[in-house]
Structure formats: C-alpha cells, structure tokens
Design a protein around this ligand. Structure first.
Ligand SMILES: Nc1ncnc2c1ncn2[C@@H]1O[C@H](COP(=O)(O)OP(=O)(O)O)[C@@H](O)[C@H]1O
Ligand SMILES: Cc1ncc(C[n+]2csc(CCOP(=O)(O)OP(=O)(O)O)c2C)c(N)n1
Ligand SMILES: [Mg+2]
Length: 371
C-alpha cells in the first residue's frame, strides 16, 4: 500500500481506534473532538483520506478530479449500494468502525458474487454538521480494514451535509479472464450451495429491536448482535465458486428466499431448498428462544449476512466451505395440503422449501418493510 495521490495530511486525531462494538454491547466512543461543521468540507476530506492507504489496483487515489483504477481484465465489475442511517444502521446500535466495515462488506460481497476480485471502492458520505470528525475517521478505518481483507482500497469519494448519515458506496472488481456469474444461468438438476452465514444478522436485529431487553441479554447473545453490526462475507469463495463452474450466483443481502427468488425468476426455474440441510446454528436458536421466534424463518428470510449462494452442476467439485442446501427443478414435484402444486398459479418459477411454498415471507423489501 502506498499513499499515491493522497492530499497533504492535517488532522484532528492521529490515533487508529477501531471503536469496534465487539462483544461488549457498547457502540464505541468517538470522543468529544471537533465536529464536521467546525473542521469544514476539506478538513473532513483530509481527515478521512489520510487514514486510507492506496492499494496496487488504484493508480491514482483521492485528491484529483477523479481516480484512476487498473482494469487488468479489460472489463470492470461495478456495483453500488446505499446505506441510510435508521434504515441500514443506527448510531446507537453500531459503532462508526462497524458501520464502515458493514458498508464496505455489503458492496465487496456483490463483487464477489459475480465471481470477481474487488479492486476499489468510491465512497459518498453525507452527514449532519454536528457529527464528530472522529466518527467519520472511525468509519474510514472500518472501510479500510474490510477492504484490506480482499486487497482492495478506497480510490475516492465525495462529502456533503445532510440531515442524517447517508453512505453511497460503489465497488469495482476484476474478473481475471473469467465469465461473470449471473443470476440467469441456473439449470434444472443443479445443486444449490451456500457459503457463509445466514440468519445471524436477523437474529441480532430482532434482539436489538426488542427494546425492553436488558443490556446483559444483548451481551449474552453477542455473536448474533455483532453479526448485525458487521457481516463476514466469504469473499474468496466468489471466485472459487466461479472457477468451480457456478452457473448462477448471488449474495444474500435481503434473505435467502428473496435473493434466490431473483435467481429463479431470471433463470426461469424452480429452486427447492431442503430445510433439513440448512444449518440453524446454536446462537440463532438461543436468540430465537429469548423472543419466542422461529429460528428457521430467520435463516430462510433474514438479510444482512451477505453469504453467497450458487447453483452448480451435480458433477462440479465444490470448494471447501460450501454446503448443499437444495436443488434446481424444471417444475415443482410436490402437491400441497390443498391439493394444488406451486406451479398451478402459473408463475413458471419460484423458490420452495421442502417442495412447497413458504408462507412466512421471503426477506427484506425497503418499501414494504413495516418498522
Ligand atoms: N436506481 C437504480 N437504477 C438502475 N439500476 C438499479 C437501481 N436500483 C437497483 N438497480 C439494479 O437492480 C438490480 C437489483 O438491485 P438490488 O436488489 O439492490 O441488488 P443487490 O441486492 O445485488 O444490491 C441490480 O442490478 C441493480 O444495479
Ligand atoms: C436499523 C436497521 N434496521 C433494519 C435493518 C435490516 N435491513 C436493512 S436493509 C436490509 C437488506 C439489505 O439492504 P439493501 O439495501 O436491500 O441491500 P441490497 O439488497 O441492495 O444489497 C436489512 C435486512 C438494519 N440493517 N438496520
Ligand atoms: Mg443493491
């Protein structure tokens, strides 16, 4: 990593405090230093960019009108996601550092889901003037550390004032000569494989939302609460599943059933999830017991963990770290309790659980979510 293209340094805070929420339940401290209104636009940009090393794929980093990023393959994978305070994270639930990790992870996982290696992020950041500069600095540290997991770095960005914090992140990636793994390539007979965790972040979110829970309960369930704050996408398995011959792949941002629903629709197939093959880990069961919730529903419909799901020929050799959780069908095979089959409604595609429709939702929808 070098400091190519970075502006001169001049900042309020020279420390690198991760401020991770860890398992303590605290959202970390951003100190009582200057606010972004006091430091001004260019002071804020300097405070952020001086903390961000520039990686090998970034030929010109922050400081000019635009960045220059290498595209060794000749094609560039590009994806963008917004994170809105109150919708994607809350400052009283997550530290600035964890929010940075999550914001980077959400985008880097989309690049991995195409079978590509992430190279760079561009970061839009809007915040109220009273935000401590230290919060923005710790956010930058989180972005930096999540990028470091995959060898990517922040190439540039933009700042603005706004009523609440909004992050608009764009990620770039390199396919290294491979074909992109799209959502429309699943074929009947394929195995459906899962890499990474699902249901963890939803379990943590449910506990955080249960306002009457004492802090010691949150601490006792730190694994799932921390999963809400910071996902752990299996980045390396994106390119590995591509190399293994994945016909289709996506990351699970909204929920397994919701995201596989996009694959089923794009591929015009049915995807049948075997609920007995799905891991329902102990920490998710334990959290469900606290709230009297159904842990399998969290696993099937919970978002925010950014696992990868892929469809591969039954003969494909699976990389280590994948679990077979279902198969791709040309048509449903089971008859429901009411005597009809799921395809009788004429959809032509869909996601089934144990051969039948799942009636407890599919996942997150920004405009339909009841909060
Ligand atoms: N405002 C928009 N303009 C153009 N394309 C969009 C917009 N919003 C979403 N899309 C596209 O629609 C598709 C689905 O979006 P989304 O569900 O957010 O995907 P993901 O879960 O991978 O982030 C993506 O290909 C995305 O680029
Ligand atoms: C404060 C708060 N409330 C609710 C959630 C749950 N949540 C918000 S967005 C989302 C789905 C993923 O985000 P989205 O913007 O749909 O990502 P994309 O599918 O575009 O990658 C979930 C599960 C959260 N993370 N934080
Ligand atoms: Mg998106």
């Amino acid at each position: 990593m070098s400091t190519r293209g970075q502006p001169d340094t001049e900042s309020t805070d020279d420390t690198t405090d991760p401020g991770s929420t860890g398992s303590t339940g605290s959202t970390g401290s951003t100190g009582s230093g200057p606010t972004v209104a006091e430091t001004g636009e260019f002071g804020l940009i300097r405070a952020i960019t001086r903390r961000l090393p520039v990686g090998a794929d970034v030929l010109l980093g922050p400081g000019d009108d635009a960045a220059v990023v290498a595209a060794p393959d000749g094609r560039v994978v590009v994806t963008t996601d917004l994170l809105v305070e109150g919708r994607h994270f809350r400052r009283d639930w997550s530290s600035a550092y964890d929010t940075g990790r999550k914001a980077a992870a959400q985008n880097l996982a989309d690049v991995a889901a195409m079978g590509a290696r992430p190279t760079a992020l561009v970061v839009g950041f809007a915040a109220p003037g009273e935000l401590p500069v230290a919060w923005a600095e710790q956010l930058a540290d989180g972005l930096r550390d999540e990028c470091a997991l995959v060898g990517a770095s922040v190439a540039g960005g933009d700042v603005s004032s706004a009523a609440g914090i909004v992050l608009g992140i764009t990620a770039l990636g390199d396919l290294a000569g491979r074909a992109p793994i799209r959502r429309d390539g699943a074929r009947p007979g394929d195995r459906v494989v899962l890499a990474g965790r699902i249901g963890w972040a939803e379990a943590g979110l449910a506990l955080l939302r249960a306002a009457e829970l004492p802090p010691e309960i949150l601490r006792a369930h730190a694994e799932v609460v921390d999963a809400h704050r910071r996902p752990h996408p299996p980045y390396a398995l994106g390119p590995l599943l591509a190399a293994a011959g994945a016909h289709a792949m996506c990351d699970v941002s909204d929920g397994l059933l919701a995201d596989l629903g996009h694959v089923a629709a794009a591929s015009a197939v049915w995807i049948d999830i075997d609920p007995t093959a799905l891991p329902v880990p102990g920490p998710i069961r334990d959290a469900a017991a606290v709230l009297g919730a159904d842990p399998l529903t969290w696993v099937l419909t919970g978002g925010d963990d950014h696992a990868l799901v892929a469809c591969l020929a039954p003969t494909a050799l699976l990389p280590a770290g994948c679990v077979v959780i279902g198969r791709v069908l040309a048509a449903p095979t089971h008859v429901g309790p009411d005597g009809t089959r799921p395809d009788d409604r004429g959809a032509g595609h869909g996601v089934l659980v144990g051969g039948l429709d799942y009636r407890r939702g599919t996942g997150w929808d920004h405009f339909r979510q009841v909060t």
